[in-house]
Design a protein around this ligand. Structure first.
Ligand code: SF4
Length: 485
C-alpha cells in the first residue's frame, strides 16, 4: 500500500506553486527549472503549458517535476518562447490528471491556460450558478470556475472578461494565465498568496517565490502588489489596479513554514524571520537546558535563533534522511512506525542524559510531536521541553492550504497543558501571536486592522467564506467541496 509519509502529513501544506516566463527561448525548460525550485509548494503533480504563436501545448502528469520533465522529448514537444507551469499538492480531493494544472480551454477569444495558487472560497456557490446556466465542468478544481466566468462574461475584450470574472470570486489567488495575446498575472486584493516578478535578459518571469528566480538566473524586480493585474505582451509590461483598494493581509504562515528559507517574502528574508521567531520564543518561554535541538529541516532556523538568544548550544540531535520520498511502502503498523525513523533518527551520542529544548514550526495533529518526543526519550534524553515557533493552530485554512478539519487540530481540541500530556513532553510552549508579529518587524498585531492573514491561529478570516456558510450542498456538486486545487 502506498501511503503518505506520516511526518509530512502532520504539517500544513501549501497546495501550489506557479511559474511563468514570457519571451525566452526554451521557455518550457526554464519553467521546469522554476517549478523544480518550487517543488516544496506542491509534490503531487506538475504541468507546463507553452505557446509558440500558433499552438498551445500542455504536458501534465502526477509526480515530481524532475520525473515529469526530465525527458528531452517532453521538453522539445513544448515549443514556444512563453510558458506557464504549476506544482500541485493535495492530500484530500481527487488525485486525477484532470485536476492537474495548467487548466486549458478554447474560448471565443482563443486559447486560455491558467495556473492558480490559492483557493476560491465561494467556488461552490459560483459553480452551482454556472451549472444551472448550462456550464459543463471538466474537473473538480475551483480554478475551473474562473475559466467559466471568463467564458460567460458579458464584456467584449478578454481583459475586461478576466477582470469581470475576478471581481466575482472571493478568497485567495495568485494567477498566471497564458493567452494567444499575452500573459496575465494577478494577485488577489488582500495579497494572501505570494507572487513575484523578475527579469531574465529580455524576458519576464513570474513565480510564487524569489528562490525560483534565483535558480533560473533571473533578477528579482519586485513583488506583484495585492490587487495588481500585470499584462505582458509583445508591447511590453503593463500594470493595472482594477479592484477596490484594501489593506493587504498576506499569509503569515509563508514566513513560518511554507516558503523556502532562501526566499524573500514581502521584502523579508524567510531565514532571518525564522531566526527572529526563534529569538522571540527564547525571550518569551526560556528554559534551563543543555542543548537546543531542531526538528529538521523546518525547525532549524528558529532553533538557531533560540540558541543564539538563550546562549544554550545548538546541536543536531535529530538527523534527517534526505533519501526518503513523500510516499513509501507501509504494509502494516509495525513497519509504519519504523517508517517514521526512516526519515528522522535520534542522534543518540549527542542526546543521552541531556536536557533538550526541542523546536518545531507548528503542531497540527500532534502525532509527529508525540513520536519525536518518544524517539528522543528512547535515545536517553533526560528532559524534553518542546517549543513551537508559531501560535497554536486552532482553525482550518480556506485559502489554498491543506489543513485537517478543526476536529483533527490538536490545539482546537485541548489546552496547552493537555497537549503537553498528549505528546508526553516535560513542558510545551508556543510563540504568542504578538511575538510572531514582532519577529516580522511589527510592534504587535493590530487587532482592528491585522497586518497579515493569521486566521489559522486567530480564526479572524480576512474574507467571507461563502461556501462554508452554505448548509446544503446538492449531491451532484459535492465534489467541489473537496477544495481540490
Ligand atoms: S489561514 Fe493561515 S495558512 Fe491560511 S492563508 Fe491565513 S495564515 Fe496562511
Amino acid at each position: 500500500m502506498l501511503t503518505t509519509d506520516p511526518w509530512e502529513a502532520d504539517h500544513l501544506h501549501e497546495e501550489c506553486g506557479v511559474f511563468g516566463v514570457w519571451g525566452a527561448s526554451g521557455a518550457a525548460a526554464v519553467t521546469a527549472l522554476g517549478l523544480h525550485a518550487l517543488q516544496h509548494r506542491g509534490q503531487e503533480a506538475a504541468g507546463i503549458t507553452t505557446f509558440d504563436g500558433q499552438e498551445f501545448r500542455t504536458h501534465r502528469a502526477m509526480g515530481h517535476v524532475a520525473g515529469n520533465f526530465d525527458s528531452d522529448e517532453v521538453i522539445r514537444k513544448l515549443r514556444g518562447d512563453v510558458a506557464i507551469g504549476h506544482n500541485r499538492y493535495s492530500t484530500t480531493g481527487e488525485t486525477a490528471v484532470r485536476n492537474v494544472q495548467p487548466l486549458y480551454a478554447d474560448l471565443a477569444s482563443g486559447g486560455f491556460a491558467v495556473a492558480h495558487n490559492g483557493n476560491i472560497s465561494n467556488a461552490m456557490t459560483l459553480k452551482r450558478e454556472l451549472v444551472r446556466r448550462g456550464a459543463i465542468f471538466q474537473s473538480t478544481s475551483d480554478t475551473e470556475v474562473i475559466i467559466h466566468l471568463v467564458a460567460t462574461s458579458s464584456y467584449r475584450t478578454l481583459l475586461d472578461r478576466f477582470i469581470d470574472a475576478l471581481k466575482k470570486v472571493e478568497g485567495a489567488y495568485s494567477l498566471i494565465c497564458l493567452t494567444s495575446e499575452g500573459m496575465l498575472a494577478c494577485r488577489d486584493p488582500l495579497g494572501i498568496r505570494p507572487l513575484v516578478l523578475g527579469r531574465l535578459g529580455d524576458s519576464y518571469i513570474l513565480a510564487s517565490e524569489t528562490v525560483a528566480l534565483d535558480v533560473v538566473g533571473a533578477t528579482f524586480l519586485r513583488a506583484v502588489d495585492p490587487g495588481e493585474l500585470i499584462i505582458i505582451s509583445s508591447k511590453g509590461l503593463r500594470s493595472l489596479r482594477p479592484f477596490t483598494e484594501m489593506r493587504p493581509r498576506p499569509c503569515i504562515f509563508e514566513h513560518v513554514y511554507f516558503s523556502r528559507p532562501d526566499s524573500m517574502v514581502e521584502g523579508a528574508s524567510v531565514y532571518q524571520v525564522r531566526k527572529a521567531i526563534g529569538a522571540e520564543l527564547a525571550r518569551e518561554t526560556p528554559v534551563d537546558a543543555d542543548m537546543v535541538v531542531p526538528v529538521p529541516d523546518s525547525g532549524t532556523p528558529a532553533a538557531i535563533g533560540y540558541a543564539q538568544e538563550s546562549g544554550i548550544p545548538f546541536e543536531l540531535g535529530i538527523i534527517r534522511s534526505h533519501y526518503v520520498g513523500r510516499t513509501f511502502i507501509q504494509p502494516g503498523d509495525q513497519i509504519r512506525n519504523l517508517g517514521v525513523k526512516l526519515k528522522h533518527n535520534a542522534n543518540r551520542a549527542m542526546i543521552t542524559g541531556k536536557r533538550i529544548v526541542l523546536i518545531d514550526d507548528s503542531i497540527v495533529r500532534g502525532t509527529t510531536s508525540l513520536k519525536i518526543v518518544q524517539m528522543l526519550r528512547e535515545a536517553g534524553a533526560s528532559e524534553i521541553h518542546m517549543r513551537i515557533a508559531s501560535p497554536p493552530t486552532r482553525h482550518s485554512c480556506y485559502y489554498g492550504v491543506d489543513t485537517p478539519e478543526r476536529s483533527k487540530l490538536l490545539a482546537a481540541q485541548m489546552t496547552v497543558g493537555k497537549m503537553r500530556d498528549f505528546i508526553k513532553a516535560d513542558s510545551l510552549a508556543f510563540l504568542s501571536t504578538d511575538g510572531l508579529y514582532r519577529a516580522l518587524g511589527e510592534a504587535e498585531r493590530n487587532t482592528q486592522a491585522p497586518q497579515f492573514c493569521d486566521a489559522c491561529f486567530t480564526g479572524d478570516y480576512p474574507t467571507r467564506l461563502t461556501d462554508q456558510e452554505e448548509v446544503e450542498i446538492p449531491d451532484q456538486l459535492s465534489l467541489l467541496a473537496e477544495r481540490v486545487i
